[in-house]
Write a protein that binds this ligand. Structure first.
Ligand code: ATP
Ligand code: MG
Ligand code: FE
Length: 332
């Protein structure tokens, strides 16, 4: 089954062609970060307008690179939530339009399920059950994946998402938006033990919290000024260590508590070098298997939506023209 996946929930316009939910034939991402950077974050109205400009060229490019036409496509999968309402509507209306014009069926896919199921695109993908940690710009949620379509939320952030903590910290440090990658790069040459930032919510519960960490960075900068040179590297490394330490500890603790042996990390922050390394290390120390999607499948893309749509279709889900975008759609 050939699936065209379409993603416009935030600031990436993306389309991909994926075969049988496993084999990526093309994966095209047009990012708007340069447009939003001067505002320090995503401006919803600008995002919607730019999706309108980009969406058809991106779909066309995805089909061309896959050497397919719309005639070859069996299913159109589109993110219908969660995300920015205006941004979601662009993708959803395009999917409906393409469906109407071609007679091909379409299905609404959940963006977070997309992040989780991106792992299906690995050659040796884990079969459920597994524990999946979604760490992204808007979410930090731990799910028990009992089966495809059967998810239980077992832990979450009580305030900021991990990506949000990165982006807000970058802003405090005067670094560009989005802050994840710049901080990750600066941290490479820093000492992770230079500053001992707080680790929130230790103990038995599986929730995390990042707003205290962000405030600690702010207090540090208020006291010592915005660090330069080596001090900036050290601060970034120390911040990154705090995030990776908490998330990797919670993940392996959850595995023990809930009796899981397979772990999945996904979402934009799963691209983080230290988080990947520490999760892998701590999982291996406990004899658990850690599955990491390649970096390009961590941030928003169309391939993950094609996979989520394919799985939803197999479960019997069907899109109809009354399908509405749901900005707060909960996967569980
Ligand atoms: P959501 O998926 O919750 O709706 P989103 O789609 O905007 O939010 P993603 O595209 O999954 O989020 O991820 C973007 C986030 O990932 C940003 O906050 C960005 O800073 C962060 N990020 C990207 N690369 C890295 C990295 N190397 N280290 C840490 N964070 C990163
Ligand atoms: Mg984005
Ligand atoms: Fe995302």
């Amino acid at each position: 089954m050939l699936v065209l996946g379409l993603e416009t929930s935030c600031d990436e316009t993306a389309a991909a062609v994926v075969e049988d939910g496993r084999r990526v034939l093309s994966d095209v991402v047009s990012t708007q970060v340069d447009i939003h950077r001067r505002w320090g974050g995503v401006v919803p109205e600008l995002a919607s307008r730019n999706h309108i400009v980009q969406v058809m060229p991106v779909v066309h490019e995805a089909l061309t690179r896959a050497d397919k036409t719309l005639d070859d496509v069996d299913l159109i999968a589109v993110t219908s939530g969660p995300g920015l309402i205006g941004a979601l509507l662009v993708g959803l209306q395009v999917a409906k339009g393409l469906s109407l014009a071609t007679g091909k069926p379409f299905v609404g896919a959940n963006h977070l399920e997309g992040h989780l199921l991106a792992i299906r695109l690995l050659e040796d993908a884990p079969a459920p059950p597994f524990l999946g940690l979604v760490v992204s710009g808007g979410h930090t949620s731990l799910y028990e994946v009992r089966d495809y379509g059967n998810y239980r939320l077992v832990g979450r952030t009580r305030d900021d998402a991990a990506g949000e903590a990165y982006d807000k910290t970058a802003r405090i440090l005067g670094l560009p938006y989005p802050g994840g990658q710049p901080i990750d790069e600066l941290a490479q040459k820093g000492d992770p033990e230079a500053i001992r930032f707080p680790r929130a919510l230790p103990g038995d519960n599986l929730d995390v919290s990042f707003s205290g960490l962000k405030t600690s960075v702010l207090h540090h900068v208020q006291k010592h000024g915005v660090p330069q040179g080596q001090a900036l590297h050290d601060l970034c490394a120390s911040f990154q260590e705090a995030v990776a330490d908490v998330l990797s500890k919670k993940l392996v603790a959850a595995a023990k508590k809930l009796g899981h042996h397979q772990l999945v990390l996904c979402g934009g922050v799963a691209a983080n070098s230290r988080l990947r390394a520490l999760c892998k290390q701590r999982a291996e120390e406990r004899g658990l298997r850690m599955f990491l999607p390649p970096v390009r499948l961590c941030t928003d893309n169309g391939a993950m939506i094609a996979v989520a749509g394919y799985e939803a279709w197999r479960r019997g889900l069907r899109g109809d023209f009354r399908l509405a975008a749901d900005p707060a759609w909960r996967m569980e």
